[in-house]
Design a protein around this ligand. Structure first.
Ligand SMILES: [Ca+2]
Ligand SMILES: [Ca+2]
Length: 213
């Protein structure tokens, strides 16, 4: 079993272990490679061949594993959004802005949400229009397409000012299977108006997932 760091259209092999059980350690800094980064678990099995000189056969199968934290500036499928260097003191490189009503992005997936129970958005207001803690905007989380089934609607609250960042967490439940996850941005009554409802630095899935601990 080998952990391969998938990076856009190629991969970098990292740790390998032998046997049918075990734990592969991964490096949280791998995401700093940038672009569309994901884990690949590559399993290879070679039999012992057969009698009479039948040669051994090897088969390989691979499964993708997605990081819990998705830096949304790397989203490949989006409409109406832009990217800027972030002013988030927690880092995260860049954030997405120009998030107007109906604009969207898809997280680079697909995702199997087994063992996942929350989705956190790292957000900042884009003005002082809405008092801190009051309804700001919403994120509709759709499965498979921009108008697919709604996994949840996350009602964001104002952080009070540009450059004031908060992690806002929302419960989700596993819909079963693998899905592309679309974030559709919506204005709300009494919330931020205009073409830039809020800024989004990252989206992060919570729960054990496939982690060993
Ligand atoms: Ca970011
Ligand atoms: Ca826009």
């Amino acid at each position: 079993m080998t952990f391969v760091l998938g990076h856009d259209t190629h991969g970098h092999a990292e740790q390998s272990v032998h046997g049918c059980t075990g734990v592969l350690s991964t490096d949280p800094d791998d995401v700093s490679h940038g672009g569309n980064v994901f884990g690949v678990i590559s399993a290879s099995y070679t039999d012992r061949g057969g009698p009479g000189g039948v040669p051994a056969l090897t088969t390989v199968t691979q499964n993708q594993v997605r990081q819990k934290r998705q830096e949304v500036e790397f989203a490949l499928d989006q409409s109406g959004t832009n990217v800027a260097t972030t002013n988030d003191p927690a880092g995260g490189s860049q954030h997405r802005g120009s998030l107007g009503d109906g604009d969207y992005l898809a997280l680079n997936g697909p995702f199997d949400l087994h063992g996942i129970d929350s989705l956190t958005f790292r957000v900042a207001s884009t003005s002082t229009q809405v008092p801190a803690g009051s309804p700001l905007a919403a994120v509709e989380v759709h499965l498979d397409s921009v108008d697919g089934p709604v996994l949840t609607t996350a009602n964001l609250t104002s952080t009070g000012a540009t450059g004031t960042w908060e992690s806002q967490k929302f419960p989700i439940s596993d819909p079963g299977g693998k899905h592309k996850v679309y974030l559709v941005f919506r204005s709300v009554t009494g919330g931020q108006t205009g073409a830039n409802l809020f800024n989004l630095n990252w989206a992060e899935f919570g729960g054990q997932g496939v982690s060993a601990s």
